[in-house]
Design a protein. Structure first.
Length: 96
């Protein structure tokens, strides 16, 4: 599984979670590229933090906190809902 495909799938998941589980508010998904094989096997190595209309704290999720503090490489995908513009903006932050 390529990194680009992972990022695209995670972005789709962020949109779905934001819409279905968080009233279209902000959502942050955190995962470690080191954990791709474990994720494919169904292990819980993805942190999902649900935020408010204008903010989200990725560290509010214990899995995300663990991944950010212990992974060699970590990616945080943060989706920001913009209701007045009827679209979403996507930012990807890398922790090194």
């Amino acid at each position: 599984m390529s990194s680009d495909l992972n990022d695209l799938e995670m972005a789709k998941n962020v949109l779905k979670i934001s819409k279905d589980e968080n009233d279209s508010n902000e959502v942050a998904i955190t995962y470690s590229p080191d954990s791709v094989k474990l994720i494919e096997q169904g292990a819980r190595y993805i942190g999902v933090a649900l935020g408010a209309e204008h903010n989200v704290d990725p560290l509010s999720n214990t899995t995300a906190y663990h991944l950010i503090s212990t992974s060699r490489d970590c990616v945080v995908i943060v989706l920001r809902n913009r209701p007045s513009l009827l679209d979403f903006s996507l930012s990807i932050y890398n922790f090194f």
